[in-house]
Design a protein around this ligand. Structure first.
Ligand SMILES: Cc1ncc(COP(=O)(O)O)c(C=O)c1O
Ligand SMILES: N[C@@H](CCCC[NH3+])C(=O)O
Length: 432
């Protein structure tokens, strides 16, 4: 029962005895001021997560490239850029966002299996650090475009090491049956091709084996395979400047024990040193672990419904606001905003499914939660800072909700709620 545990985002989200606080700001005041559903991020939580990587990397030749697909609000990106983060992007849209937020182009790595011509051109023109190339077709296309533009594309091959990250099948990316990367068996061959292609400069090697990983072994397995590849490349006279181990570190949603970045980094540096590759710059692409527990989704109970075998709390957030539960069967903690021990909270404790207003039975945010609820209560869905708002949509013509950032006792509206009119403002009807 999440309500009895410390919030997943503690100490930044915490009870002050009476109610849930985001840093020094009352969550119910935020709900009153900005309406619900509402994403609330804590700047201090973002900073603490950033430091969990930055500290162990002090005086190391390393670059953290925030996997911005996890949360691409400009204010969030701006913080990471100010703290010295690079960015892992997967589209021309993400490139534009990162640049707008103040990213240095030479700290941007461009991943993704389906880069289009305009995206490759834009990245070349911006001067990104490298393309993480995911196929031979893509390599040839980048070579062609760079040659046409009269420039050279820095390239790192994203190798698929065929390692089981032991995570949800939808977010596992390093198995040979996954669409990602270049099979490790043919990687040396592709490097040789890259070495002779015009417009290509080989700079690195990359892998990303999956997301919400809670075991260190898959990383070390993948790294070992990559280092064996580097041995082969050295024999072919191909030398690299950096090695990118991707992102993927998990967070606590329920009872997981996440790997501390320092632990992974120690093990990685030890292996690089023992194999004589510590001259390489280490690149990382963490997403979820930098933002996941820095955000909550605040929602208000609309109605309670008691069926014979189920109790439903119908809230104003839905699968269009937070897709993870229904897409991955993902567990997110649910916290009452009013402290569960508060005496004014007299409702009977029952087991509820927390569901949204969308016309789909799959529209649920949490199942089988023991809660004392009454109409208009506020709830906080925990661990919503990663893959939350970014995966939201407008299904059922629902405006996407607002996002705010709390910093101490200050609150910044970093994205206003969409209006209903905005939802169809650019649509065109046929002539009558
Ligand atoms: C290439 C790449 N890099 C980085 C990430 C960030 O992953 P995570 O949010 O699990 O750290 C992802 C997403 O899984 C990815 O596909
Ligand atoms: N969207 C996924 C993570 C995808 C990682 C992207 N490669 C999640 O919410 O857990």
């Amino acid at each position: 029962m999440s309500e009895l545990n410390a919030p997943a985002g503690a100490p930044f989200f915490h009870y002050d005895g009476a109610q849930l606080m985001a840093e020094s700001v009352s969550v119910s005041e935020l709900a009153a001021r900005f309406g619900t559903p509402l994403y609330v991020y804590s700047r201090a939580a973002l900073k603490a997560a950033w430091e969990s990587y930055a500290q162990p990397l002090t005086n190391r030749n390393a670059l953290v490239c925030f996997g911005m697909k996890a949360n691409s609000n400009l204010a969030v990106l701006q913080q990471f850029a100010q703290w010295g983060s690079g960015f892992d992007i997967v589209s021309g849209g993400e490139l534009a966002r990162a640049l707008k937020a103040g990213a240095r182009p030479d700290t941007i790595v461009f991943s993704g299996v389906g880069k289009q011509d305009w995206e490759i051109e834009a990245a070349l023109q911006a001067g990104v650090k490298c393309f993480n190339v995911e196929s031979t077709d893509e390599l040839e296309r980048i070579s062609l475009i760079a040659s046409q533009l009269g420039c050279t594309a820095p390239v790192s091959l994203r190798v698929n090491p065929d390692v089981d990250a032991k995570t949800h099948p939808y977010i596992s990316t390093g198995l040979k049956d996954n669409k990602f990367g270049i099979a490790i068996e043919i990687a040396a061959e592709v490097y040789q091709r890259a070495a002779v292609l015009p417009g290509i400069r080989i700079v690195g090697v990359d892998c990303h084996i999956g997301s919400q990983i809670t075991q260190i072994e898959p990383y070390l397995d993948a790294l070992e395979r990559l280092l064996n590849l580097l041995d082969t490349l050295a024999g072919l006279g191909i030398r690299l400047e950096h090695l990118d181990i991707g992102g993927g570190l998990g967070i606590r949603y329920q009872d997981e024990t996440p790997i501390a970045p320092a632990l992974l980094l120690d093990a990685v540096f030890a292996m690089l040193e023992s194999r004589g590759y510590d001259y390489l710059q280490l690149v990382l692409e963490p997403g979820r672990s930098l933002v996941g527990n820095a955000g909550i989704l605040v929602t208000r109970v609309q109605y309670l419904k008691h069926h014979e075998s189920k109790n439903f709390a119908i809230v104003d957030a839905a699968m269009n606001d937070l897709l993870r539960p229904t897409l991955y069967d993902a567990w997110h903690g649910v916290l009452p905003v009013l402290c569960p021990t508060d005496a004014s909270h007299t409702a009977q404790s029952r087991v509820y499914d927390i569901v949204g207003p969308i016309c789909e039975s799959g529209d649920w945010l949490a199942r089988d939660r023991q809660l004392r609820l009454q109409q208009n209560d506020l709830l906080a869905i925990e661990s919503a800072g990663a893959y939350g708002f970014v995966m939201s949509g407008q299904y059922n013509t629902r405006p996407r909700c607002a996002e705010v950032m709390v910093d101490g006792d200050q609150t910044y509206l970093i994205r206003p709620r969409e209006t209903v009119e905005q939802l169809f403002a650019s649509e065109q009807m046929l002539p009558v």
